[in-house]
Design a protein around this ligand. Structure first.
Ligand code: P6P
Length: 342
């Protein structure tokens, strides 16, 4: 059997052979991967590690934090603050940015993460994951402020997630396609198991929380109803539905076999553009999907083109198989057109 390629070897080749990444970024990604491995081990312990259940605190989103939310956040902060690769970090679990302490060397990268996505699934043993995004600090800025993080997703230099499921799999892009690395628990290292991942442009599988149907905007209702009408309807084929309620798990399925994922705006909270966060959920996932030949919009525009104004801003998300995302986006644009005057 041919020798497996480790994450380290893959990153060294991306640095040396392909020139895609500088050494500082390679080293940063290796540290993030080691942190994901530590989180995987903590998640895997479950009750045995006393890590299940809720902490007695809320995060900046007003959500009750799970113990593992806090553990994962601390693991990422402690692993990344001393290496000299970063200037600052931002997390779903922290209100403001986290500046690298002065006692450590400052680097040129900004790391953003959702330390444990899908928290509602932790206590019921359903797949969850860590999502991360890397930006470069703007050269001109002495020091670091939140404003330095306000960069469109198209500016990311690396993005990925680690899904903690039957396997722990790290999925990464540095702009040269998408690669997947499975954690070999015996060796304690991530091993390349897929690269140049490609999403089929068509699909028969959609992912959305159907319990919100009555709250959706018309274009989303139109698309989902057509899927539900199946062979007899305008789509001429039957569809399947999946909803894990862990974005990481739903996106991993789509990267693996295609599909469309939607968390659209709905009228429950009309001032909120959506539930998911732009900077550390939609942007990294959007880049991965695009790098695998898929598409990611907010229903109207490319997610990676959105210019952020707030660290924790939310966005409507439609991503996955290109032809399906194009259809949903087209339905939104048609609905926006003014009705022809009588
Ligand atoms: P709902 C998890 O809390 C999350 O942020 C995403 O991972 C997931 O796709 C979504 O929210 C699930 O939301 O409303 O279905 O529980």
């Amino acid at each position: 059997m041919s020798k497996r390629v480790s994450l380290t070897q893959y990153l060294v080749e991306q640095q040396r052979v392909d020139g895609h990444i500088p050494s500082q970024l390679r080293l940063l990604l290796e540290v993030v991967a080691r942190a994901c491995k530590s989180i995987a081990l903590a998640v895997n312990k479950g009750d045995l590690g006393g890590v299940l259940g809720t902490a007695s605190s809320e995060n900046v989103q007003g959500e009750v934090q799970k113990k593992l939310d806090i553990i994962a956040n601390e693991v990422l902060i402690e692993a990344n603050e001393w290496g000299g690769h970063l200037a600052a970090m931002a997390s779903e679990e922290m209100e403001g940015i986290y500046l690298v302490p002065n006692r450590y060397p400052q680097g040129e990268y900004l790391l953003l993460f959702d330390p444990l996505d899908g928290s509602s699934n932790i206590d019921v043993n359903v797949s969850i994951g860590t999502i991360f995004s890397v930006l470069k600090k703007p050269d001109n800025a002495p020091g670091v402020t939140e404003q330095d993080f306000m960069q469109a997703g198209a500016k990311q230099v690396a993005a990925g997630y680690c899904v903690f499921g039957p396997q722990s799999t790290l999925v990464l892009t540095v702009g040269d396609g998408v690669a997947m690395f499975t954690l070999d628990r015996e060796k304690g290292s991530f091993v390349l198991t897929r690269e140049h991942v490609e999403i089929p442009p068509d699909t028969k599988e959609f992912a959305i929380n159907m319990s919100n149907m009555r709250h959706w905007d018309e274009p989303v209702k139109r698309y989902v109803n057509e899927c539900l009408e199946g062979k007899e309807g305008p789509r001429g084929k039957d569809f399947n539905m999946r909803w894990v309620a862990s974005m990481v798990a739903d996106v991993h399925r789509i990267l693996t076999r295609g599909g469309i994922f939607m968390y659209p705006w709905d009228k429950r909270d009309p001032d909120k553009p959506g539930k998911l966060r732009l900077m550390y959920e939609a942007n990294p996932m959007g880049w991965l999907i695009e790098q695998a030949g898929g598409m990611a919009t907010d229903g109207r525009q490319r997610i990676l083109d959105i210019q952020p104004t707030k660290l924790h801003q939310r966005v409507s998300v439609v991503l996955g198989s290109k032809n399906e995302v194009e259809r949903v986006t087209q339905y939104h644009l048609e609905a926006d057109k003014p009705a022809p005057s009588a």
